[in-house]
Design a binder for this molecule. Structure first.
Ligand code: MG
Length: 365
């Protein structure tokens, strides 16, 4: 099989109503990626996820540097292609960030092609571990811009849909308000529901230590991204001192950075995101690294779950997957969460094929 055409796309999918966490205001989710055609008629789609900003730089990287190098290549040589692109012209300016997110899109499209050609959903192509369903936790109710009443209404509504674990945002300017909101949610949902909180990097080490200790009483599954994602030693101190596990990974770009977090004991739930590291090829390496340290993997869904559902289903130490429903309607085989569990895709491929109508309707480039 040979690649005959590779072209970038940028879709902006509306989020209604707009949401905020501690650092982002999001009105659209950016689905920025590449559509790859082959001489056997199989078409692969891969993409990364953005807050609908910076997409054009990712698309430029694909069109100018990656697409020309793909033409004539055999998609089955995905790891050779990955090496060639990573150590190609973009290596000088980016081994993370824009270049890596562009490489993620290409790599995902290649795995989509391979599993389509094999006639298998990606999770089977990779080797299945959870063949029936995977546990979901819901993030789409705990937004920071919700009033306390709205927050509790949304989160209890999520439980009514069958979820048994929920995540809420914290990181208000006054941590006392965060404490008050977490306390109110814990009271509303009772002791049996799993609760995670996400700081989105808003605290410094002092705030994190002080308020992390106060929040221990609410029996949290994890404390997510308390600090700047480059501060490995700060996270290690928190992991050592707090009785709340530290979760992070959505802003960690490659296996080397994960190696440092993991070997230094600075992360306890590994939230590696296939759209942030350079695709499925590198995601599997990070998951293996975590497995060798007996750490659970719970991916952040920059892809909103389409690809990660396959990866979690095929990975022994991946225990749970985030659920956010913003973009699922654009895919031919959308994620399907019933009673708090993802049911697994059955169609061949990585569940990344976009319905032509939405490919046109949301396309900005
Ligand atoms: Mg997060």
């Amino acid at each position: 099989m040979k690649i005959t055409k590779a072209e970038s796309f940028i879709l902006h999918v509306p989020i209604t109503p707009p949401i905020t966490d501690a650092i982002n205001v999001a009105t659209h989710w950016g689905v920025t990626g590449v559509r790859i055609e082959t001489d056997e008629g199989i078409v692969g789609y891969g993409y990364t996820g953005t807050t609908a900003k910076g997409d054009e730089m990712i698309a430029d990287t694909i069109d100018r540097y990656y697409a020309p190098a793909l033409i004539g290549k055999n998609p089955y040589n995905v790891k050779q292609i990955w090496d060639e692109l990573r150590f190609g012209p973009m290596h000088w300016i980016g081994r993370s960030g824009i270049a890596h997110m562009a490489l993620a899109a290409v790599d995902i499209a290649l795995w989509d092609i391979m599993s389509k050609a094999a006639g298998k959903p990606l999770w089977q192509y990779l080797g299945g571990h959870k063949p029936d369903k995977i546990k979901a936790y819901n993030t789409n109710g705990g937004w920071l811009n919700w009033s306390k009443d709205q927050l509790i209404k949304d989160i209890t509504g999520i439980l009514d849909q069958g979820f048994t674990a929920v995540k809420m945002k914290v990181g208000k300017p006054d941590p006392r308000e965060d404490f008050d909101r977490v306390q109110a949610v814990r009271r509303a949902i009772g002791d049996d529901v799993g609760l995670m909180i996400d700081v989105n990097q808003q605290w410094n080490i002092t705030t994190a230590m002080t308020w992390g200790k106060k929040l221990e009483q609410f029996d949290l599954i994890w404390l997510e991204e308390p600090l700047n994602p480059d501060d490995i030693s700060g996270h290690r101190k928190l992991a050592d001192e707090l009785n709340v596990p530290i979760a992070l990974g959505e802003h960690v770009y490659n296996k080397y950075a994960f190696r440092d977090y993991i070997t230094q004991g600075a992360v306890e739930y590994v939230q590696v995101d296939v759209t942030r590291v350079a695709g499925i090829t590198e995601w599997l390496q990070v998951a293996g690294l975590a497995a060798a340290h007996d750490l659970p993997v719970c991916p952040h869904v920059g892809d909103m779950g389409q690809i990660h559902q396959h990866l979690v289903a095929a990975t022994q130490n991946a225990i749970m997957l985030e659920y956010i429903p913003w973009i699922k309607h654009i895919f031919e085989e959308p994620i399907n969460v019933v009673n708090g569990f993802y049911t697994l895709p059955q169609q061949p491929g990585a569940s990344t094929t976009i319905i032509p109508r939405y490919f046109e309707e949301y396309r900005v480039r």
